[in-house]
Design a protein around this ligand. Structure first.
Ligand SMILES: Cc1cc2nc3c(=O)[nH]c(=O)nc-3n(C[C@H](O)[C@H](O)[C@H](O)COP(=O)(O)O)c2cc1C
Length: 356
């Protein structure tokens, strides 16, 4: 502080009692008397009074709560303009708003970052009011300060959590996009390989593989947030619809009974393949005019039922990959902690493993 500044402060500190008397007199003349002044002193709300008739509108009264909030001693704050609480991170627009209100002798409420004596910061909810006498002459400014840092800490935490969520959603969307492209490339490669082969067994095996890749592709078909939220009912509808359409069986009626079951991202892939294999199995018997598919929550289990036919018929599991299909379905079912009936028409999964 400059020499002149210190001199001014010293003078203010010694004037302090006189000024405080004036404040008290003013309070008394307002008819409220000492109990009010005592209450201002004792309250846990930080309060100060400044005297605009002195140069730079200095503090002439500060209660104990103000001193404990800011960490300064009484003699360190007396005679100073309150801007000493501001620092490098204090918002200058807010300060300008306070300055304008004070110049216009208006009430002002602002929240701004202030610095304690030890350099630590707090968010100050500041209320400043001018005090005029009966003639409208400005006598004092009265202010209360409330530490609202907790509220800001919560908001910071919420903002950080939201930012992480946004970043993750973006990442998932990007991954979904890439996965969709990769799966399309794989389908294209398998299709090319299939058309290059004259061997019906190879073509059939490749068709099975393409079907599985397509089933996985259903996970990434929804344009937004594809990798984030899947519903088993939607997956079942997509997979069954795609397979029935691909089978070219116009005689086949789809009988869907699908309860909404939101599933975890990591369970969606295995479930899509299981659905694919189960529906393929049900489509195999040629005479069947109806394909029934059910998704249900039964107690602590998620149940998947597919009408007609086993998952894979061991008898015709020669070169078309169905034997692999059974193993694959069993491995994936086990991976999700589930079981299937021997005929491959009913699957039960513990809800806690597959649902959100
Ligand atoms: C009664 C009163 C109390 C004030 N209390 C605070 C405070 O707690 N924290 C703060 O940063 N500014 C406070 N101010 C605002 C500053 O004293 C000052 O008016 C503000 O920084 C704008 O003026 P400047 O641009 O000249 O600094 C208070 C002002 C008055 C009149």
């Amino acid at each position: 502080m400059s020499h002149a500044g210190r001199e001014h402060q010293d003078r203010m500190a010694s004037d302090d009692w006189q000024l405080t008397e004036r404040v008290r007199a003013s309070v008394r003349s307002g008819g409220k008397g000492d109990p009010f002044a005592a209450a201002v002193r004792a309250t846990r709300m930080a309060m100060i009074i400044t005297d605009p008739r002195h140069p730079d509108n200095p503090i002439v009264f500060a209660n104990d709560a103000f001193l404990s909030l800011t960490g300064y001693g009484r003699m360190e704050v007396m005679g100073r303009n309150c801007r000493f609480l501001q620092g490098p991170e204090t918002d200058l627009d807010t300060v300008a708003r306070i300055r304008a209100a004070i110049a216009a002798e208006r009430d002002v409420h602002a929240e701004l970052l202030n610095y304690r004596k030890d350099g630590s910061t707090f968010h100050n909810a500041l209320f400043v009011s001018p005090v005029h006498d009966e003639d409208g002459t400005l006598l004092f400014f009265f202010a209360s300060q409330l530490d609202v840092s907790d509220r800001y800490a919560l908001k910071d935490e919420r903002d950080r959590a939201q930012a992480t969520l946004d970043a993750n959603a973006l990442l998932l969307r990007e991954i979904g996009h890439r996965a969709r492209n990769d799966l399309q490339t794989i389908t294209a490669m398998l299709t090319l390989q299939s058309s290059g082969s004259a061997d019906p067994a190879v073509r059939a095996a490749l068709a099975v593989a393409i079907g599985r890749v397509d089933a996985l592709g259903t996970l990434y078909r929804a344009p937004v947030d594809a990798a984030m939220a899947h519903d088993l009912a939607d997956l079942a509808r997509e997979v069954a619809g795609t397979l029935v359409q691909a089978s070219g069986r116009r005689d086949l009626a789809l009988d869907l009974d699908l309860a909404p079951v939101p599933v975890r991202a990591e369970a969606a892939g295995p479930l899509a393949i299981i659905l694919n294999e189960a529906v393929m199995g049900a489509l195999r018997p040629s005479g069947a005019g109806r394909l029934a598919l059910q998704v249900a929550r039964e107690g602590a289990e998620v149940v998947l039922r597919v009408g007609h036919g086993p998952v894979a018929d061991q008898a015709d599991a020669s070169a078309t990959g169905e034997a692999f299909g059974t193993d694959l379905v069993d491995a994936l079912t086990r991976q999700l902690g589930g079981v299937r009936t021997p005929d491959g028409t009913t699957f039960r999964f513990p809800a806690e493993r597959v649902t959100l």
